[in-house]
Design a protein around this ligand. Sequence first.
Ligand code: HEM
Ligand code: HEM
Length: 223
Amino acid sequence: MYAFVTGPLALIAFIVFFLGLGIQVFRFFRMTREKESLNVSFPKPRQKDVDALRPPEGVRKKVRLRGTVLEMEPFLAVMTTIFHLLLILTPILLLAHNLMIERAWGISPPSLAEGVTDVLTVGVMGFCIFFFLRRIFSARVRALSTAYDFLLLLIVFLPFLTGFIAYHQLFAYKTVILVHVLAGELMLICIPFTKLVHMIFFFLYRFFLPGEYSFVSGSRVWR
Ligand code: HEM
Ligand code: HEM
């Protein structure tokens, strides 16, 4: 059972993860098309007119963050940034995972000390609990939350909880590690087909589509 879950099933989970993300990128390009350039030419404005319209430096600084998450919810912005960094980096820099990669393929990716990743794991779990409580106690967030949001949060939380229990050998190790690998695989498989796909759509929307809170003016529009 362990050999199957860590062998073929792990391979299937990674294939579904990468192929699923690839298909989502393909779908995005199918659902959008290149923005047409308007074939009208305007006379180029004089530089001094452009400068006259520009708001003074102090005003520009004040309004730069207006309406962004950094102005409206700076605490959340910091929390979510740290959460995502730990969520992605911890499993990648985990010695136990990288030793398996080394055994399988002979390459040894960089790893952090086990004591450090153990603390980061607790950190990720803490953030998950924070987002869980926020969905319950913040009326605005509660109004938008459904069972689906809680389920996805649980799917993200489980690999960290079970990895932590396995590392500390708190229960029957063999069973826990099996549950851990299954939980990790479940999370990977869910990413392309649930709203966890924001992992890739976040960048596609913000760099390609104008008007979707994009960072740039964007080169594509919805079909
Ligand atoms: C898919 C295949 C996976 C396999 C085969 C696997 C295997 C393992 C193993 C063998 C350990 C070490 C337990 C020990 O020290 O005795 C571990 C720990 C851990 N795994 Fe995984 N894992 C997988 C996926 C994941 C995923 C997807 C995540 C999170 C996104 C994850 C997060 C963790 C964490 C955070 C720990 C360490 C917890 C701690 O040190 O406190 N794992 N995993
Ligand atoms: C790598 C690129 C990623 C970016 C840019 C990104 C961005 C975001 C943003 C902007 C939010 C909304 C703000 C918030 O509620 O915190 C969010 C929420 C969330 N992300 Fe990501 N994300 C990424 C990857 C991931 C991955 C790989 C996972 C897990 C597999 C994940 C899990 C979550 C969860 C669970 C929430 C919601 C927390 C809640 O319940 O409110 N994200 N992400």
